[in-house]
Unconditional design. Structure first.
Length: 319
């Protein structure tokens, strides 16, 4: 489906959203086809502030061919980072193979479920079906492992009396617990950034929180330090450009929840330069007047105060 939605802030500063159009997108999803489909809405280019898409090459190329500014979906970027940093490791692949066999055993056999439910009741475990994962969404893999780990005692009791296609080794149970611990913040972050109230201003603070968590050493890190360092490297690579992109930086600085708290000294100055560049572009007459009267310093200082969220006109800019 190809859909056009709109979000805006009303007079009471409440976020509003509406679906304007939706249609089936037939044919090959080439960059040219995507660009032509976008063009059918006849939206003037100057009115297109940014287009959010996944990281697929056809989407990226379509935006480039249309000379349109774009940002990547953070949830999809996290998907790629987790795939590279965790799910691609051999030990994890082996764990997931066993997990899918066990889940498949119960998914395709009502008899198996009828046998395990009394065991769940006897052990006082919540009666819950196992979650099957989908390869394109890492969080479904997380939910699958979570559902299996919650039934650890149940599976042990079941396998003692009934045949099971596969079983976990003690080391795999430990690995599963560590993976769930490492990926829990990613799961929470994915839900937050996928909500209807999320904005591009959330990306830099959430990225900083992820880095802080991955750098923190805890006792349960035994055996997964390499996994955490690989995941941290993948996260840094995938989000390498967010501090150099005005769309991310300006949105974050002007968000009263964040301002410039997640920027070091160099990045703060860079963000101020980005804001000043936008102000210069939007107010060319003021800039020209400043140069003609020799009052460039005063104008620059005024805009610096605005970019820091203080001084004359700051409230309007923050809003």
């Amino acid at each position: 489906m190809l859909s056009l939605t709109a979000q805006w802030i009303d007079k009471d500063f409440k976020l509003q959203k509406i679906l304007l159009h939706s249609q089936e997108f037939r044919g090959s999803h080439t960059a040219q086809s995507i660009f032509l489909a976008f063009d059918t809405w006849h939206i003037d280019r100057p009115k297109v502030h940014a287009i959010i898409s996944d990281n697929a090459r056809n989407m990226t190329k379509a935006m480039e061919e249309g000379n349109l500014s774009g940002i990547r979906c953070m949830a999809h970027t996290l998907q790629l980072a987790v795939n590279e940093g965790v799910l691609a490791q051999r030990s994890v692949k082996d764990l997931l193979a066993v997990s899918r066999k066990i889940v498949g055993h119960f998914k395709h056999s009502q008899l198996a479920y009828s046998r395990i439910e009394p065991i769940q009741d006897e052990l006082g475990v919540t009666t819950k079906r196992f979650q099957q994962d989908v390869s394109t969404w890492w969080n479904s893999t997380y939910y699958m492992l979570e559902s299996l780990f919650a039934q650890k005692r149940t599976l042990a009791s079941y396998s003692a009396d009934h045949d099971l296609l596969a079983s976990f080794t003690p080391n795999q149970w430990i690995l599963m617990e560590n993976i769930l611990s490492i990926l829990a913040p990613f799961e929470q972050l994915t839900r937050e950034i996928s909500s209807s109230d999320a904005s591009v201003a959330d990306v830099i603070p959430l990225h900083a929180a992820l880095k802080r968590l991955l750098r923190k050493e805890v006792e349960t890190d035994r055996g997964v330090k390499t996994m955490k360092s690989t995941l941290l490297e993948s996260v840094n690579t995938r989000f390498a450009d967010i501090y150099s992109d005005p769309l991310y930086c300006i949105a974050t600085v002007f968000d009263p929840r964040y301002k410039d708290h997640y920027f070091d000294a160099g990045k703060k100055q860079s963000a101020r330069d980005m804001i000043q560049a936008v102000l210069d572009k939007e107010n060319p007459r003021e800039e020209a007047a400043a140069h003609s009267t020799g009052d460039v310093t005063q104008t620059t200082e005024k805009r610096a105060r605005l970019s820091r969220g203080g001084g004359e006109g700051a409230t309007t800019l923050v809003v």
